[in-house]
Write a protein that binds this ligand. Structure first.
Ligand code: GLA
Length: 391
């Protein structure tokens, strides 16, 4: 698995020079608050100890050379004349180059870049956001652009939307940039401000179980869910004109106008409004040290995502059911956009090994897929790594 030193030496062997800047950009988890970010709601993500590493060095001309170590693939563009690439991985980088310049920060020269990491792809841990935030931060450091972190989050989000085609919210990028060791981030996706909550791991840990599947519905279904939420807001506005997004309506107000909605749109809105309220209650449980209650909220979220928002899949549902059978697991749910990727589980430390062993066995028997599980450490956001020369 790649780390900062290995990416740097890979850079040297490809480009025959040392990198001048090395960046570590983490993936993220989300404890609760799913599909609420693009509805102006709250989310509770954290950056983790899995990351993408970037090694960079400026050039004298206008050429930008990219090497993906994970994919063993190369692409280059000229800063004066570039377009989207048929290679999706390169579009994350090109998108950031474009959007950072749209912000008014001129990239003065071309550069060389090698990147790669240990965030499993397609697992819902936002490896693409980590690529985008790492690229943005890398450019800022390499050329002394001093772009602030919030601007970088917006740049990365626009890159994803315009160059990768996913009409995503800002949670993934924000978590990758604002992560803090041993803490979760309560992000207000309207105000774009946050508060940290400590998540002590003395007794409990976060374990991810990777289904190993990513059903290809995911991107179209994601964009469709956004449209359904917008359709819901338009219906709500006929009765409550001040409502701008699903953040602005309470569950009781929504219930009172159910008859106006097509059933599917109602279920989508019901999930989102309930989920936004749930994040608030889950945070109170966390600050009060009531982990069992927090875990129950996670199970509720899963049910809503499965039945009302309809973004789960049999593999995720199976793993959540496995978790329910185990008394050491306090809560479990699918995490991220859906249709595959990981479940997130809050587990008593003493029970982790047994849970992983039994879930792995059951999952293999049911789906013939080897289950990969990761106990994660909550970590700092994107940062520059200083390498000691010669090491
Ligand atoms: C994906 C998106 C995020 C968010 C989640 C669902 O990860 O990139 O913006 O909407 O799905 O909560």
């Amino acid at each position: 698995m790649w780390n900062a030193e290995l990416i740097s030496s890979k850079f040297e062997s490809i480009y025959n020079q040392n990198p001048t800047t090395v960046i570590k950009s983490p993936g993220r988890i989300n404890l609760i608050g799913e599909h609420t970010d693009y509805n102006d709601g709250f989310v509770l993500p954290a950056a983790i100890d899995k990351a993408i590493y970037f090694a960079l060095r400026e050039r004298e001309d206008r050429l930008c050379r990219f090497y993906s170590v994970d994919l063993d693939d190369y692409h280059e563009i000229n800063l004066d004349d570039y377009a989207k690439s048929p290679k999706q991985w390169a579009n994350y980088l090109i998108g950031v180059i474009n959007e950072i310049q749209e912000e008014g920060h001129q990239i003065p020269t071309g550069f060389e870049l090698a990147f790669g990491g240990d965030i499993p792809l397609g697992a819902g841990l936002s490896s693409s956001a980590a690529v985008e935030t790492g690229m943005g931060y890398g450019l800022s450091q390499l050329f002394g652009l001093s772009v602030d972190r919030l601007t970088l989050a917006k740049v990365a989000q626009r890159a994803e939307r315009k160059f990768a085609g996913l009409n995503c919210g800002i949670m993934d990028m924000y978590a990758s940039l604002f992560g803090k060791r041993d803490a979760v981030i309560k992000l207000d996706c309207r105000a774009l401000t946050h508060q940290y909550f400590d998540l002590p791991t003395k007794n409990h840990s976060i374990v991810l179980c990777n289904t190993g599947v990513k059903h290809n519905l995911s991107e179209t279904a994601y964009n469709k869910r956004r449209e359904e939420c917008e359709e819901g807001v338009a219906i709500i506005q006929t009765q409550f004109p001040a409502v701008v997004s699903l953040r602005d309506i309470s569950l009781s107000q929504l219930t009172s106008i159910e008859s106006l909605f097509p059933p599917v749109v109602y279920r989508r809105c019901h999930f989102v409004v309930a989920e936004i309220e749930r994040v608030g209650r889950a945070c109170s449980a966390l600050t009060g040290g009531r982990f069992k209650e927090f875990g129950d909220f996670m199970y509720e979220t899963h049910e809503g995502l499965r039945d009302d928002y309809e973004v789960s899949c049999p593999e995720l549902d199976f793993l959540v059911e496995q978790a329910k059978l185990n008394q050491d697991v306090l809560g479990s749910r699918m995490m991220g956009g859906g249709f595959g990727g990981c479940t997130i589980n809050l587990i008593k430390n003493d029970g982790i090994e047994d849970f992983i062993a039994s879930a792995t066995k059951a999952y293999e028997a049911a789906f013939n897929i080897e289950l990969k599980s990761y106990t994660v450490v909550l970590n700092n956001g994107v940062e520059e790594v200083s390498l000691v020369p010669g090491e």
